[in-house]
Design a protein around this ligand. Structure first.
Ligand SMILES: C[S@@+](CC[C@H](N)C(=O)[O-])C[C@H]1O[C@@H](n2cnc3c(N)ncnc32)[C@H](O)[C@@H]1O
Length: 394
């Protein structure tokens, strides 16, 4: 155990023990081991118990981590600016689909800004698997929006399968998808699994990977033009193309925008990064014991943006652009938003917004660690990536 971590209180530990017991039973029923990805899925999304499914405060200062929309309104205002032209190109039938709405902070600002930009979608749909987060989003939006705007918001149980046109947006969702971990031994691909030690504690082990994971690892090796070294270990999402096709659903015309932390493939699978990118977050402490306290901590892995580009184009979209979060926000009105605030002459407000802008854009903060990738089909979205397009790096 990492002794620098704060200790959860007794109630939280009891809650985690309940989930741990459920996972232990599943391991025993599966013959003694489950893939790490299954452990992560249960730890994050087990109904009523998982990190995202149960009631703890996740976002913001009192939670475990802060996402860009939680820092303040600038991020969502710039995203709204970037997608407004697409919504206007589509016209009255345009819909906006947000995947993984978090606390509802993004939706609140984005809807207000889209209204100002005369680009209100006919429907703002939120696809949120966590019942607890849905409830929090509903409460927040009902409080913050006018009844007319709130009436446009709808929560979905699954993707929009009928034909639709509009914009799909996801911030920090791909990093939260349960990820398989692989390891290389004697040139063969193994999958990391979770087993129980003699005292019933979770422990990692490996077993030969199935055909899907092996093929996905070989695909990455071919892309990198060299095999992974002995003992190399990392994450890979073979299911990403299927996930993306599923969430896009029946979209015929429109744009997709994903924002997340990660790298292009060559950087993601650098030789030195030989234990992957998996991390756990507990009350603003980052550590690498993903098996600790299931249900109490967030577990994430960085995103391979080359894989996301392959998945988007594989789903029939054109790549619109790829750039750092800093360049995306600066290219979509960040400086103008700051100027507007500074012009009000309220020093405290200016300081607050300037600090927010720094967090979002400085290379030492979120500016370069976070990246944006966009896709388009039968609309023009590439203009949103004019500042510092890095598509050539994918
Ligand atoms: C790290 S949070 C980010 C929340 C929000 N987008 C933000 O930026 O604050 C991840 C979100 O993705 C949701 N999520 C995870 N897997 C999902 C999936 N397969 N489909 C839709 N949402 C998902 C979680 O429930 C949660 O709301």
């Amino acid at each position: 155990m990492n002794d620098q971590l704060p200790t959860p209180d007794a109630d939280a530990l009891a809650h985690s023990n309940e989930l741990a017991a459920l996972i232990r039973n599943e391991i025993l029923a599966s013959g003694g081991s489950i893939p790490f990805s299954r452990f992560m899925e249960r730890a994050l999304y087990a109904p009523g118990h998982g990190y995202y499914s149960a009631g703890s405060t996740k976002f913001g200062a009192a939670g475990d981590f802060v996402t860009a929309p939680e820092i303040g309104p600038l991020f969502a205002a710039c995203v709204a600016e970037a997608v407004a032209p697409v919504l206007r190109q589509i016209g009255a039938e345009a819909q906006f689909l947000e995947i993984g709405g978090g606390s509802g902070a993004f939706a609140e600002v984005a809807l207000k800004r889209l209204l100002e930009l005369d680009a209100m979608p006919a429907r703002y749909a939120i696809l949120e698997p966590s019942a607890d987060l849905r409830e929090r989003q509903r409460e927040r939006l009902q409080r913050a929006l006018t009844p007319l705007v709130f009436d446009c918001v709808e929560w979905l149980d699954g993707p929009i399968n009928e034909e639709w046109n509009g914009v799909l947006f996801a911030n920090e969702v791909v990093d939260a998808l349960p990820t398989p971990r692989f390891a290389i031994h004697d040139g063969e691909v193994f999958e990391e699994c979770v087993v129980l030690d003699g005292e019933g504690r979770f422990m990692r082990t490996e077993r030969p990977a199935d055909a899907l994971l092996s093929a996905a690892v070989r695909h990455v090796e071919r892309y990198l033009e060299k095999p992974f070294a002995e003992g190399y270990r990392s994450e890979l999402l073979p299911q990403l193309p299927y996930w993306l096709q599923a969430v896009v659903g029946g979209m015929r015309r429109g744009a997709l925008l994903f924002v997340d932390y990660g790298y292009n493939r060559a950087e993601f699978y650098q030789e030195e990064r030989d234990d992957g990118t998996l991390r756990a977050f507990f009350r603003h402490h980052v550590h690498n014991d993903a098996l600790l306290w299931p249900g109490l901590q967030d577990i994430t892995a960085s995103v391979d943006f080359t894989a996301l580009a392959e998945a988007g184009t594989g789903a029939g979209f054109d790549l619109a652009g790829y750039c750092t979060q800093a360049n995306f926000l600066l290219g979509n009105g960040l400086a103008q938003r700051l100027e507007e605030v500074n012009a009000r002459g309220d020093e405290r407000l200016s300081l607050k917004f300037n600090n927010e802008a720094k967090k979002l854009t400085l290379p030492t903060e979120m500016g370069e660690r976070f990246q944006c990738i966009g896709f388009q089909r039968d609309v023009e979205f590439e203009i949103a990536f004019m500042a510092g397009d890095l598509t050539w790096r994918l």
